[in-house]
Design a protein around this ligand. Structure first.
Ligand SMILES: Nc1ncnc2c1ncn2[C@@H]1O[C@H](COP(=O)(O)OP(=O)(O)OP(=O)(O)O)[C@@H](O)[C@H]1O
Ligand SMILES: [Mg+2]
Length: 344
């Protein structure tokens, strides 16, 4: 096994270098340190055969279980879709098997990524509506990541697309209907490392389905006073889903978006959010307000890919790296003073 193979295997296992070191030491009775792992990965030292064997065993025995992350908030325009796409892209840099599911009848992610091809999907009956109605298994509607986009590049992850007709499912009544997505994902859990779900801007059955299917929920919130006040509503929905449908659902964090570091109102809202969430959920590192998202979207691209070095895209890339590395998610640095700096 060479250094690259070693690193790929560690990433497949979603372990940090420190965690892998501990796992190897436990299994092999050694006392390797973290720099040793780096030296193997950088090819500065050969990977010992028993270590390679042990890593292979870990990969073979890893849980065949995708981690499902949903971006949800009943408020519109808070950055759910932007976060879902950029996070899915970021995760695809660390893990080969990422699926983005568009559960929003507005189909913003689907149309944004696939442009005209999204109409073909609808004509072919390859959208989430078919899955939700039980007409097709999820695997039959997925657009594989090899698909070439109009930009002449392949999709960076698999995509299960949406269409406006998904809105009709909101009025459907059927026992256990809110477990449909969880059920549909069951067969594919072994095929993906991460599944990212973009939820619609309401607390209807499509959002419940997404929450019922997930391990983690991230709530994007604009740092606007009214938007921040609405967080209580999605939190109480999450509590109900945890109690009634999905006890393994975890609130991974509140993700402030469109944050203006230099605006006193934004800093105040961020500080209030952190205070209100103190015993409930971490407030994650805010995504700055930035034109890169709108610019990328207008060109059918993903900001984290085309503007990877912009500070705003970097926040998503850091979040993805933390998730993929099994590390604590980056949290907001709460401003102590909230006076306007006058730089806005
Ligand atoms: N950090 C940001 N800075 C500036 N603009 C942003 C940022 N994040 C998202 N936007 C823009 O805000 C708008 C709404 O974002 P997005 O579509 O991701 O929100 P949403 O919550 O998915 O909306 P909906 O509820 O309608 O589905 C888009 O035009 C997007 O480009
Ligand atoms: Mg959206």
């Amino acid at each position: 096994m060479d250094g690259q193979g070693f690193r790929d295997a560690r990433r497949q296992l979603r372990l940090s270098q420190g965690d892998l070191k501990d796992a190897l030491n436990r299994r092999l009775g050694r006392s390797y340190d973290k720099p040793k792992i780096s030296r193997w990965e950088n090819g500065h030292e050969p990977v010992p055969s028993d270590v390679a064997q042990c890593l292979g065993d870990l990969v073979a025995g890893r849980p065949q279980h995708a981690r499902v992350i949903v971006l949800a908030n009943q408020k519109g325009g808070v950055g759910k879709t932007t976060s879902a796409i950029n996070l899915a892209y970021g995760l695809s840099r660390h893990a080969s098997r990422v699926l983005l599911i568009d559960m929003d009848p507005q189909a913003t992610a689907t149309v944004g990524l696939l442009a005209a091809t999204s109409i073909d999907l609808y004509r072919q009956g390859r959208t989430m509506n078919e899955v939700v109605l039980g007409a097709k298994p999820l695997s039959e509607v997925i657009v594989p990541h090899e698909t070439m986009l109009e930009s002449g590049r392949p999709l960076p992850f698999d995509l299960a697309g949406s269409h406006i007709d998904l809105a009709e499912t909101d009025s459907r009544r059927e026992p256990g209907f809110d477990a449909v997505l969880r059920e549909a994902l069951e067969d594919l859990r072994g095929s993906y490392d991460y599944v990212v779900i973009d939820a619609p801007p309401n607390l209807g059955v499509l959002t419940w389905m997404a929450l019922a299917a997930a391990e983690d929920v991230i709530i994007p919130v604009r740092t606007e006073p009214y938007d921040a006040m609405g967080v209580g509503l999605i939190l109480s929905t999450i509590t109900k889903v945890q109690r009634r449908l999905n006890p393994s659902l975890r609130l991974a964090g509140i993700l402030p978006t469109q944050y203006g570091r230099r605006k006193s109102v934004d800093r105040e809202v961020l500080a209030h959010l952190a205070q209100a969430m103190a015993d409930k959920a971490p407030v994650l590192e805010p995504v700055p307000e930035s034109a890169v998202f709108g610019h990328a979207a207008r060109n059918g691209r993903i900001a984290a890919e085309v503007s990877a070095s912009s500070p705003a895209a970097q926040v998503y890339l850091r979040l993805a790296a933390a998730i993929a590395g099994g590390k604590a998610l980056p949290v907001a640095d709460i401003p102590l003073e909230t006076r306007d700096s006058g730089e806005a």
